[in-house]
Design a protein around this ligand. Structure first.
Ligand SMILES: *Cc1c(COP(=O)(O)O)cnc(C)c1O
Length: 452
Protein backbone atom coordinates (compact mmCIF):
# COMPACT_ATOMS: atom_id res chain seq x y z
CA UNK A 1 0.00 0.00 0.00
CA UNK A 2 1.33 3.43 -0.87
CA UNK A 3 1.70 5.94 1.91
CA UNK A 4 -0.58 8.35 0.11
CA UNK A 5 -3.59 6.03 0.55
CA UNK A 6 -5.60 7.24 3.46
CA UNK A 7 -7.61 4.61 5.18
CA UNK A 8 -9.86 6.15 7.78
CA UNK A 9 -10.46 3.28 10.15
CA UNK A 10 -13.83 3.35 11.90
CA UNK A 11 -13.53 4.11 15.61
CA UNK A 12 -13.48 1.20 18.01
CA UNK A 13 -16.79 0.70 19.77
CA UNK A 14 -17.43 0.21 23.44
CA UNK A 15 -17.76 2.64 26.31
CA UNK A 16 -14.69 4.70 25.38
CA UNK A 17 -16.47 6.04 22.29
CA UNK A 18 -17.18 9.77 22.85
CA UNK A 19 -20.56 9.88 24.58
CA UNK A 20 -22.15 12.66 22.57
CA UNK A 21 -24.84 13.42 20.02
CA UNK A 22 -22.99 14.78 17.02
CA UNK A 23 -24.52 15.54 13.63
CA UNK A 24 -22.01 16.39 10.90
CA UNK A 25 -24.34 15.61 7.94
CA UNK A 26 -28.04 15.23 7.37
CA UNK A 27 -29.39 11.80 8.31
CA UNK A 28 -28.75 9.86 6.16
CA UNK A 29 -25.37 11.25 5.12
CA UNK A 30 -23.79 10.39 1.76
CA UNK A 31 -21.99 7.21 2.86
CA UNK A 32 -25.09 5.91 4.58
CA UNK A 33 -27.13 6.70 1.46
CA UNK A 34 -24.69 4.66 -0.60
CA UNK A 35 -25.11 1.63 1.65
CA UNK A 36 -28.89 1.99 1.71
CA UNK A 37 -28.92 2.02 -2.11
CA UNK A 38 -26.88 -1.20 -2.12
CA UNK A 39 -29.23 -2.63 0.53
CA UNK A 40 -32.26 -1.83 -1.61
CA UNK A 41 -30.66 -3.61 -4.57
CA UNK A 42 -29.26 -6.63 -2.71
CA UNK A 43 -31.36 -7.31 0.39
CA UNK A 44 -34.91 -8.67 0.34
CA UNK A 45 -37.45 -5.87 0.58
CA UNK A 46 -39.14 -7.55 3.55
CA UNK A 47 -36.12 -6.79 5.75
CA UNK A 48 -36.79 -3.21 6.81
CA UNK A 49 -34.80 -0.72 8.90
CA UNK A 50 -35.70 2.01 11.37
CA UNK A 51 -32.70 4.36 11.26
CA UNK A 52 -31.36 5.15 7.76
CA UNK A 53 -27.69 4.98 8.69
CA UNK A 54 -24.67 2.77 8.15
CA UNK A 55 -23.57 1.82 11.65
CA UNK A 56 -19.80 1.51 12.07
CA UNK A 57 -19.29 1.57 15.83
CA UNK A 58 -21.36 1.63 19.00
CA UNK A 59 -20.85 1.73 22.72
CA UNK A 60 -22.18 3.24 25.92
CA UNK A 61 -25.24 5.14 24.75
CA UNK A 62 -24.27 6.00 21.16
CA UNK A 63 -24.17 4.54 17.66
CA UNK A 64 -21.70 6.11 15.21
CA UNK A 65 -22.42 6.04 11.49
CA UNK A 66 -20.17 5.95 8.43
CA UNK A 67 -20.57 9.70 7.93
CA UNK A 68 -19.24 10.47 11.40
CA UNK A 69 -22.61 11.20 13.01
CA UNK A 70 -23.03 10.00 16.59
CA UNK A 71 -26.61 9.12 17.47
CA UNK A 72 -28.05 8.60 20.94
CA UNK A 73 -29.34 5.05 21.23
CA UNK A 74 -32.64 4.71 23.08
CA UNK A 75 -33.47 1.29 21.61
CA UNK A 76 -30.52 -1.04 22.38
CA UNK A 77 -31.04 -2.90 19.09
CA UNK A 78 -34.44 -3.96 20.48
CA UNK A 79 -33.51 -4.64 24.10
CA UNK A 80 -30.34 -6.55 23.25
CA UNK A 81 -27.39 -4.35 24.22
CA UNK A 82 -28.62 -3.73 27.76
CA UNK A 83 -24.99 -3.65 28.97
CA UNK A 84 -23.98 -1.18 26.29
CA UNK A 85 -22.65 -2.18 22.89
CA UNK A 86 -19.26 -3.91 22.64
CA UNK A 87 -19.13 -4.20 26.44
CA UNK A 88 -15.48 -4.82 27.45
CA UNK A 89 -16.28 -8.02 29.40
CA UNK A 90 -18.20 -9.42 26.43
CA UNK A 91 -15.52 -8.40 23.92
CA UNK A 92 -12.75 -10.05 25.97
CA UNK A 93 -14.72 -13.26 26.47
CA UNK A 94 -15.61 -13.50 22.78
CA UNK A 95 -12.03 -12.81 21.64
CA UNK A 96 -10.65 -15.49 23.94
CA UNK A 97 -13.24 -18.10 22.92
CA UNK A 98 -13.10 -17.44 19.21
CA UNK A 99 -9.36 -18.15 19.26
CA UNK A 100 -9.91 -21.41 21.18
CA UNK A 101 -12.69 -23.02 19.15
CA UNK A 102 -15.73 -21.64 17.35
CA UNK A 103 -17.96 -24.70 17.14
CA UNK A 104 -18.06 -28.38 17.96
CA UNK A 105 -21.86 -28.75 18.12
CA UNK A 106 -22.91 -29.26 21.73
CA UNK A 107 -24.87 -32.36 20.70
CA UNK A 108 -21.67 -33.92 19.30
CA UNK A 109 -18.89 -32.75 21.65
CA UNK A 110 -20.17 -30.89 24.73
CA UNK A 111 -18.19 -28.04 26.29
CA UNK A 112 -18.22 -26.29 29.64
CA UNK A 113 -19.58 -22.85 28.79
CA UNK A 114 -22.98 -24.22 27.65
CA UNK A 115 -23.37 -26.08 30.95
CA UNK A 116 -22.27 -22.98 32.90
CA UNK A 117 -24.87 -20.81 31.10
CA UNK A 118 -27.55 -23.41 31.95
CA UNK A 119 -26.43 -23.45 35.59
CA UNK A 120 -26.54 -19.65 35.76
CA UNK A 121 -30.02 -19.47 34.20
CA UNK A 122 -31.29 -22.19 36.55
CA UNK A 123 -29.97 -20.15 39.47
CA UNK A 124 -31.15 -16.63 38.54
CA UNK A 125 -34.60 -17.31 37.05
CA UNK A 126 -37.58 -17.00 39.43
CA UNK A 127 -38.32 -19.83 41.86
CA UNK A 128 -36.07 -22.08 43.93
CA UNK A 129 -37.38 -25.40 42.56
CA UNK A 130 -35.10 -27.77 40.59
CA UNK A 131 -34.60 -26.33 37.09
CA UNK A 132 -32.97 -27.25 33.80
CA UNK A 133 -32.22 -25.29 30.65
CA UNK A 134 -31.71 -25.83 26.93
CA UNK A 135 -30.02 -23.30 24.63
CA UNK A 136 -31.03 -22.12 21.17
CA UNK A 137 -30.16 -19.37 18.68
CA UNK A 138 -33.09 -16.94 18.65
CA UNK A 139 -36.08 -15.94 20.68
CA UNK A 140 -38.50 -17.55 18.25
CA UNK A 141 -36.60 -20.81 18.46
CA UNK A 142 -36.78 -20.72 22.26
CA UNK A 143 -40.55 -20.14 22.12
CA UNK A 144 -40.97 -23.02 19.63
CA UNK A 145 -39.06 -25.29 21.98
CA UNK A 146 -40.96 -24.18 25.08
CA UNK A 147 -44.17 -25.19 23.28
CA UNK A 148 -42.65 -28.54 22.21
CA UNK A 149 -41.56 -29.22 25.79
CA UNK A 150 -44.95 -28.26 27.28
CA UNK A 151 -46.81 -30.47 24.78
CA UNK A 152 -44.54 -33.44 25.45
CA UNK A 153 -44.90 -33.04 29.23
CA UNK A 154 -48.68 -32.62 29.29
CA UNK A 155 -49.59 -34.88 26.37
CA UNK A 156 -51.90 -32.04 25.32
CA UNK A 157 -51.75 -29.80 22.25
CA UNK A 158 -53.55 -26.47 22.61
CA UNK A 159 -51.64 -23.29 23.41
CA UNK A 160 -53.16 -19.99 24.50
CA UNK A 161 -51.48 -16.68 23.67
CA UNK A 162 -52.82 -13.19 24.31
CA UNK A 163 -54.09 -10.15 22.46
CA UNK A 164 -51.20 -7.85 21.45
CA UNK A 165 -48.69 -10.67 22.11
CA UNK A 166 -45.47 -11.01 20.15
CA UNK A 167 -43.52 -14.26 20.13
CA UNK A 168 -41.57 -14.26 16.86
CA UNK A 169 -41.68 -14.72 13.10
CA UNK A 170 -41.30 -18.48 12.51
CA UNK A 171 -44.41 -20.42 11.57
CA UNK A 172 -45.45 -21.51 15.07
CA UNK A 173 -44.48 -18.19 16.61
CA UNK A 174 -46.31 -16.19 13.92
CA UNK A 175 -49.40 -18.11 14.97
CA UNK A 176 -48.75 -17.05 18.58
CA UNK A 177 -48.09 -13.43 17.57
CA UNK A 178 -51.21 -11.26 17.47
CA UNK A 179 -50.52 -8.53 14.94
CA UNK A 180 -51.15 -9.25 11.25
CA UNK A 181 -49.22 -6.32 9.74
CA UNK A 182 -46.30 -6.61 9.36
CA UNK A 183 -45.69 -9.93 11.07
CA UNK A 184 -48.22 -12.35 9.56
CA UNK A 185 -49.96 -10.85 6.56
CA UNK A 186 -49.76 -13.20 3.57
CA UNK A 187 -47.49 -15.70 5.36
CA UNK A 188 -50.11 -18.28 6.38
CA UNK A 189 -51.37 -20.90 6.85
CA UNK A 190 -50.32 -20.84 10.46
CA UNK A 191 -49.74 -23.63 12.96
CA UNK A 192 -52.91 -25.12 14.42
CA UNK A 193 -54.12 -25.45 18.03
CA UNK A 194 -53.25 -21.86 18.91
CA UNK A 195 -55.94 -19.80 20.67
CA UNK A 196 -56.02 -16.18 21.78
CA UNK A 197 -57.28 -14.74 25.05
CA UNK A 198 -57.85 -11.11 26.06
CA UNK A 199 -55.07 -9.38 27.96
CA UNK A 200 -55.20 -6.98 30.87
CA UNK A 201 -54.62 -3.54 29.27
CA UNK A 202 -55.51 -1.08 32.03
CA UNK A 203 -55.31 2.06 29.85
CA UNK A 204 -57.83 0.66 27.35
CA UNK A 205 -59.99 -1.83 29.28
CA UNK A 206 -60.15 -0.19 32.72
CA UNK A 207 -60.47 -3.62 34.33
CA UNK A 208 -58.87 -4.69 37.61
CA UNK A 209 -56.33 -7.50 37.33
CA UNK A 210 -58.79 -9.90 38.94
CA UNK A 211 -61.58 -9.03 36.50
CA UNK A 212 -59.29 -9.19 33.47
CA UNK A 213 -58.05 -12.61 34.63
CA UNK A 214 -61.63 -13.81 35.13
CA UNK A 215 -62.49 -12.70 31.60
CA UNK A 216 -59.45 -14.45 30.11
CA UNK A 217 -59.90 -17.66 32.12
CA UNK A 218 -63.59 -17.87 31.22
CA UNK A 219 -62.75 -17.64 27.52
CA UNK A 220 -59.98 -20.22 27.88
CA UNK A 221 -62.27 -22.63 29.73
CA UNK A 222 -65.18 -22.21 27.32
CA UNK A 223 -63.33 -22.02 24.01
CA UNK A 224 -60.36 -24.32 24.60
CA UNK A 225 -60.86 -26.34 27.78
CA UNK A 226 -58.14 -27.13 30.31
CA UNK A 227 -58.21 -30.80 29.27
CA UNK A 228 -56.89 -29.82 25.85
CA UNK A 229 -54.56 -27.06 26.93
CA UNK A 230 -50.82 -27.73 27.12
CA UNK A 231 -49.60 -24.21 27.84
CA UNK A 232 -50.41 -20.56 28.32
CA UNK A 233 -47.70 -18.25 26.99
CA UNK A 234 -47.51 -14.58 27.92
CA UNK A 235 -45.02 -11.73 28.08
CA UNK A 236 -45.27 -10.45 31.68
CA UNK A 237 -44.86 -6.97 30.19
CA UNK A 238 -45.50 -6.94 26.48
CA UNK A 239 -42.73 -5.74 24.20
CA UNK A 240 -43.83 -5.24 20.58
CA UNK A 241 -47.46 -5.13 21.76
CA UNK A 242 -46.86 -1.74 23.39
CA UNK A 243 -45.09 -2.19 26.74
CA UNK A 244 -48.48 -3.07 28.21
CA UNK A 245 -48.22 -3.64 31.96
CA UNK A 246 -51.09 -5.85 33.17
CA UNK A 247 -53.09 -4.72 36.19
CA UNK A 248 -51.98 -6.09 39.56
CA UNK A 249 -53.28 -9.57 40.20
CA UNK A 250 -53.78 -10.54 36.54
CA UNK A 251 -50.63 -12.65 36.16
CA UNK A 252 -50.82 -14.35 39.60
CA UNK A 253 -54.44 -15.38 38.88
CA UNK A 254 -53.39 -16.89 35.53
CA UNK A 255 -50.49 -18.75 37.14
CA UNK A 256 -52.80 -20.13 39.87
CA UNK A 257 -55.34 -21.27 37.29
CA UNK A 258 -52.65 -22.97 35.19
CA UNK A 259 -51.25 -24.78 38.21
CA UNK A 260 -54.70 -25.97 39.31
CA UNK A 261 -55.49 -27.24 35.81
CA UNK A 262 -52.32 -29.03 34.71
CA UNK A 263 -51.38 -26.29 32.24
CA UNK A 264 -47.76 -25.19 31.77
CA UNK A 265 -47.35 -21.44 32.35
CA UNK A 266 -44.69 -20.04 30.02
CA UNK A 267 -43.35 -16.53 30.64
CA UNK A 268 -41.83 -15.12 27.45
CA UNK A 269 -39.16 -12.85 28.95
CA UNK A 270 -37.21 -12.46 25.72
CA UNK A 271 -37.64 -8.67 25.79
CA UNK A 272 -38.12 -8.14 29.55
CA UNK A 273 -35.28 -10.35 30.82
CA UNK A 274 -31.95 -9.53 32.42
CA UNK A 275 -32.31 -6.39 34.55
CA UNK A 276 -34.30 -4.47 31.92
CA UNK A 277 -37.36 -3.99 34.15
CA UNK A 278 -35.42 -3.09 37.30
CA UNK A 279 -35.61 -6.72 38.41
CA UNK A 280 -33.63 -9.57 36.91
CA UNK A 281 -36.90 -10.75 35.28
CA UNK A 282 -40.29 -9.11 34.86
CA UNK A 283 -41.85 -12.13 36.59
CA UNK A 284 -40.09 -10.85 39.73
CA UNK A 285 -41.92 -7.50 39.34
CA UNK A 286 -45.22 -9.36 39.76
CA UNK A 287 -44.01 -12.04 42.18
CA UNK A 288 -44.89 -14.90 39.84
CA UNK A 289 -42.96 -18.13 39.31
CA UNK A 290 -43.40 -19.44 35.75
CA UNK A 291 -43.09 -23.14 34.94
CA UNK A 292 -41.00 -22.30 31.87
CA UNK A 293 -39.29 -19.06 30.94
CA UNK A 294 -37.92 -18.12 27.52
CA UNK A 295 -34.98 -15.73 27.26
CA UNK A 296 -32.90 -14.29 24.42
CA UNK A 297 -32.18 -10.64 23.40
CA UNK A 298 -30.24 -9.26 26.41
CA UNK A 299 -28.70 -12.60 27.37
CA UNK A 300 -25.36 -12.42 25.55
CA UNK A 301 -24.43 -8.78 25.02
CA UNK A 302 -25.43 -8.86 21.36
CA UNK A 303 -24.46 -12.36 20.32
CA UNK A 304 -27.27 -14.67 19.20
CA UNK A 305 -28.33 -16.94 22.05
CA UNK A 306 -31.65 -17.98 23.55
CA UNK A 307 -32.82 -20.36 26.23
CA UNK A 308 -35.72 -22.23 27.74
CA UNK A 309 -35.40 -22.66 31.50
CA UNK A 310 -37.90 -24.34 33.76
CA UNK A 311 -39.04 -27.04 36.13
CA UNK A 312 -36.71 -30.01 35.82
CA UNK A 313 -39.54 -32.53 35.45
CA UNK A 314 -41.06 -30.55 32.57
CA UNK A 315 -37.72 -29.88 30.86
CA UNK A 316 -36.83 -33.58 31.15
CA UNK A 317 -40.06 -34.82 29.54
CA UNK A 318 -38.48 -34.96 26.09
CA UNK A 319 -36.63 -38.08 24.92
CA UNK A 320 -32.90 -37.68 24.28
CA UNK A 321 -32.27 -36.12 20.87
CA UNK A 322 -35.71 -34.46 20.85
CA UNK A 323 -34.29 -31.01 21.56
CA UNK A 324 -31.30 -29.21 20.11
CA UNK A 325 -29.98 -27.76 16.88
CA UNK A 326 -26.66 -27.41 15.09
CA UNK A 327 -25.70 -24.06 16.56
CA UNK A 328 -27.81 -23.93 19.74
CA UNK A 329 -25.58 -22.75 22.58
CA UNK A 330 -22.70 -21.88 20.26
CA UNK A 331 -19.48 -21.56 22.33
CA UNK A 332 -18.79 -17.97 21.30
CA UNK A 333 -22.35 -16.95 22.24
CA UNK A 334 -22.05 -18.87 25.53
CA UNK A 335 -18.76 -17.12 26.38
CA UNK A 336 -20.48 -13.80 25.71
CA UNK A 337 -23.45 -14.85 27.87
CA UNK A 338 -21.23 -15.80 30.80
CA UNK A 339 -19.56 -12.39 30.62
CA UNK A 340 -22.93 -10.66 30.32
CA UNK A 341 -24.44 -12.65 33.19
CA UNK A 342 -21.43 -11.76 35.33
CA UNK A 343 -22.08 -8.09 34.59
CA UNK A 344 -25.84 -8.42 35.25
CA UNK A 345 -25.21 -10.00 38.63
CA UNK A 346 -22.20 -8.02 39.82
CA UNK A 347 -22.12 -4.58 38.20
CA UNK A 348 -25.18 -2.98 39.77
CA UNK A 349 -27.29 -3.15 36.60
CA UNK A 350 -30.61 -3.76 38.33
CA UNK A 351 -30.07 -0.56 40.33
CA UNK A 352 -28.98 1.23 37.15
CA UNK A 353 -32.15 0.07 35.36
CA UNK A 354 -34.21 1.60 38.17
CA UNK A 355 -32.29 4.90 37.92
CA UNK A 356 -32.67 5.05 34.14
CA UNK A 357 -36.35 4.15 34.54
CA UNK A 358 -36.80 6.92 37.09
CA UNK A 359 -35.47 9.49 34.63
CA UNK A 360 -37.53 8.12 31.74
CA UNK A 361 -40.74 8.04 33.73
CA UNK A 362 -40.28 11.46 35.27
CA UNK A 363 -39.53 13.13 31.94
CA UNK A 364 -42.34 11.38 30.03
CA UNK A 365 -44.84 12.02 32.80
CA UNK A 366 -43.93 15.73 32.74
CA UNK A 367 -44.48 15.72 28.97
CA UNK A 368 -47.81 13.96 29.42
CA UNK A 369 -49.00 16.56 31.93
CA UNK A 370 -48.30 19.29 29.37
CA UNK A 371 -49.57 17.47 26.30
CA UNK A 372 -52.88 15.58 26.14
CA UNK A 373 -51.71 13.72 23.03
CA UNK A 374 -49.80 11.44 25.41
CA UNK A 375 -52.56 9.21 26.74
CA UNK A 376 -50.48 6.90 28.88
CA UNK A 377 -46.95 6.52 30.23
CA UNK A 378 -46.13 3.05 31.48
CA UNK A 379 -43.48 0.42 32.00
CA UNK A 380 -41.01 -0.79 34.57
CA UNK A 381 -37.35 0.02 35.00
CA UNK A 382 -35.52 0.97 31.83
CA UNK A 383 -38.46 -0.15 29.69
CA UNK A 384 -40.85 2.80 29.50
CA UNK A 385 -43.30 3.80 26.79
CA UNK A 386 -45.67 6.62 25.88
CA UNK A 387 -48.95 5.86 24.10
CA UNK A 388 -50.09 8.61 21.70
CA UNK A 389 -53.78 9.33 21.21
CA UNK A 390 -56.20 11.79 19.73
CA UNK A 391 -56.95 13.92 22.84
CA UNK A 392 -60.66 14.26 22.03
CA UNK A 393 -61.52 10.67 21.10
CA UNK A 394 -58.74 8.74 22.84
CA UNK A 395 -58.21 6.89 19.54
CA UNK A 396 -54.67 5.68 18.80
CA UNK A 397 -52.60 8.20 16.82
CA UNK A 398 -50.13 6.22 14.74
CA UNK A 399 -49.38 9.12 12.39
CA UNK A 400 -48.23 11.34 15.26
CA UNK A 401 -46.17 8.49 16.70
CA UNK A 402 -44.29 7.81 13.48
CA UNK A 403 -43.76 11.55 12.88
CA UNK A 404 -42.20 11.94 16.34
CA UNK A 405 -39.97 8.89 15.84
CA UNK A 406 -38.81 10.06 12.41
CA UNK A 407 -37.99 13.55 13.70
CA UNK A 408 -36.03 12.07 16.61
CA UNK A 409 -33.93 9.96 14.25
CA UNK A 410 -33.28 12.89 11.90
CA UNK A 411 -32.05 14.83 14.95
CA UNK A 412 -29.74 12.04 16.07
CA UNK A 413 -31.81 10.06 18.58
CA UNK A 414 -32.83 6.49 17.78
CA UNK A 415 -36.25 5.66 19.20
CA UNK A 416 -38.45 2.67 18.41
CA UNK A 417 -42.20 2.50 18.00
CA UNK A 418 -44.46 -0.42 18.89
CA UNK A 419 -48.03 -1.33 19.75
CA UNK A 420 -50.85 -3.09 17.94
CA UNK A 421 -52.05 0.32 16.78
CA UNK A 422 -48.50 1.60 16.06
CA UNK A 423 -49.08 4.44 18.51
CA UNK A 424 -46.47 3.76 21.17
CA UNK A 425 -42.92 5.06 21.46
CA UNK A 426 -40.83 2.72 23.58
CA UNK A 427 -37.65 3.75 25.28
CA UNK A 428 -35.22 1.02 26.27
CA UNK A 429 -31.76 2.56 26.32
CA UNK A 430 -28.58 0.69 27.06
CA UNK A 431 -27.94 0.88 30.81
CA UNK A 432 -24.43 2.16 30.00
CA UNK A 433 -25.93 5.46 28.81
CA UNK A 434 -24.93 8.50 30.88
CA UNK A 435 -27.62 10.55 32.61
CA UNK A 436 -26.63 13.60 30.54
CA UNK A 437 -26.99 11.77 27.26
CA UNK A 438 -30.30 10.27 28.35
CA UNK A 439 -31.63 13.72 29.23
CA UNK A 440 -30.42 15.08 25.89
CA UNK A 441 -32.20 12.24 24.09
CA UNK A 442 -35.40 13.01 25.99
CA UNK A 443 -35.02 16.73 25.17
CA UNK A 444 -35.06 15.73 21.51
CA UNK A 445 -38.15 13.55 22.01
CA UNK A 446 -39.87 16.57 23.57
CA UNK A 447 -38.79 18.84 20.69
CA UNK A 448 -40.00 16.29 18.16
CA UNK A 449 -43.38 16.10 19.87
CA UNK A 450 -43.66 19.89 19.98
CA UNK A 451 -42.79 20.06 16.27
CA UNK A 452 -45.34 17.40 15.26
C1 LIG B 1 -38.03 -10.43 20.06
C2 LIG B 1 -38.99 -11.33 20.73
C3 LIG B 1 -39.17 -12.66 20.31
C4 LIG B 1 -38.47 -13.23 19.12
O1 LIG B 1 -37.08 -13.23 19.28
P1 LIG B 1 -36.13 -13.38 17.99
O2 LIG B 1 -34.76 -13.50 18.57
O3 LIG B 1 -36.33 -12.16 17.16
O4 LIG B 1 -36.58 -14.62 17.28
C5 LIG B 1 -40.05 -13.45 21.03
N1 LIG B 1 -40.72 -12.96 22.09
C6 LIG B 1 -40.55 -11.71 22.53
C7 LIG B 1 -41.29 -11.23 23.74
C8 LIG B 1 -39.70 -10.83 21.84
O5 LIG B 1 -39.58 -9.56 22.25
Amino acid sequence: MSTTDTIIAPPLGGPTLPQERRLVTDIPGPRSQELLARKAAAVAAGVGHTAPIEAVAAGGGVIVDADGNSLIDLGSGIAVTTLGNAHPKVVAAVQAQVAQFTHTCFMISPYESYVAVAEALNRITPGDHAKKSALFNSGAEAVENAVKIARKFTNKQAVVAFDHGYHGRTNLTMALTAKAMPYKSGFGPFASEIYRAPLSYPFRDGLSGADAAKRAISIIEKQVGADNLAAVIIEPIQGEGGFIVPADGFLPALVDWCRANGVVFIADEIQTGFARTGEMFASDVFGIVPDLITTAKGIAGGLPLAAVTGRAEIMDASHSGGLGGTYGGNPVACAAALAALDAFENDGLIERAREVGGILKERLTALQEADPRIGDVRGHGAMIAAEFVDPTTGDPDAALTSAVAKTCISRGVIVLTCGTYGNVIRLLPPLAITDDLLHEGLDVVAEALAAA
